[in-house]
Design a protein around this ligand. Structure first.
Ligand SMILES: NC(=O)c1ccc[n+]([C@@H]2O[C@H](COP(=O)([O-])OP(=O)(O)OC[C@H]3O[C@@H](n4cnc5c(N)ncnc54)[C@H](OP(=O)(O)O)[C@@H]3O)[C@@H](O)[C@H]2O)c1
Length: 231
């Protein structure tokens, strides 16, 4: 069955590949971001998730899935993090998601079979130097995931999150900007390399599909073994 799915942040990185995979599978994909660089075939909606909004113009009456991709990698020693840093990370990672999900609830309920995919990070499960602000924000996403999974189960809407480790996207470009940095990042992962957008997106498209119809409230650690394996 063709589904109507909203992908927030499909102009780059993981979200772009999620949208491409969904379009290739024959779904109707609605994308929302500031840049209109969504894959061909998507219905693009111009939206800045930090703006004040309670409705999303251009959504269909029924939705079967929402993926929320905007995120930050703002790595600094704790003493150098300003209140603005904490607020910005929380705004982009968490408050944007809450506004999107409140605006999408009505069409998701109408769709009668919804799936929401949010993004956390490996740095919530494993303490990592300089990750305090982003780990705080993504920790809130994990709480939101489990809370909404409970609250929306009555509406048959599943809510899950993916917690990736370093993945080769524009967001991570600075951390992978030289061959030495890339090699050091590869080596930190038990599977010997950083992730790809395709690997992360495939989990998102699986969670949106009916094959995942008995999965809700889960955090999926896609991290090359980083959070659990010791070599
Ligand atoms: N890449 C990694 O290493 C990594 C690791 C752990 C977790 N994650 C998480 O995975 C998710 C996806 O990351 P990614 O690497 O694919 O990121 P990305 O390449 O930076 O893509 C982010 C997307 O979000 C959109 N976005 C950002 N700010 C927005 C705003 N204010 N309004 C509307 N759209 C906005 C961007 O579109 P516009 O700029 O056009 O608005 C873009 O399409 C994020 O939540 C990230 O925290 C990534």
């Amino acid at each position: 069955m063709s589904k109507n799915i909203l992908v927030v942040g499909a102009s780059s990185g993981i979200g772009k590949v999620v949208a491409e995979q969904l379009i290739a599978a024959g779904h109707e994909v609605y994308t929302a971001s500031r840049r209109d660089e969504s894959p061909e075939g998507a219905h693009h909606i111009n939206l800045d998730i930090t703006s004040d909004f309670s409705e999303i113009d251009g959504l269909p009456e029924e939705l079967h899935g929402v993926v929320y991709c905007p995120g930050t990698i703002n790595l600094k020693p704790f003493q150098r993090l300003s209140q603005e840093d904490f607020q910005h990370d929380f705004e982009v990672n968490v408050l944007g998601a809450t506004k999107i999900l409140q605006a999408a609830l009505k069409p998701l309920k109408k769709g009668k079979n919804g799936s929401v995919v949010l993004f956390s990070t490996v740095a919530v499960q494993s303490g990592m130097t300089f990750h305090a602000s982003v780990a705080m924000a993504k920790g809130a996403i994990e709480g939101l995931t489990r809370s909404l999974a409970a609250e929306w189960v009555a509406s048959n809407i599943r809510v899950n999150a993916i917690a990736p480790s370093l993945t080769d996207t524009p967001l991570a470009a600075q951390l992978l900007s030289t061959p030495e940095r890339k090699e050091a990042s590869d080596k930190r992962h038990p599977l010997g390399r950083v992730g790809t957008s395709e690997e992360i997106a495939s989990m998102a498209t699986y969670l949106l599909s009916d094959q995942a119809s008995w999965i809700t409230g889960q955090i999926f650690h896609l991290d090359g073994g980083m959070s659990v394996v010791r070599g």
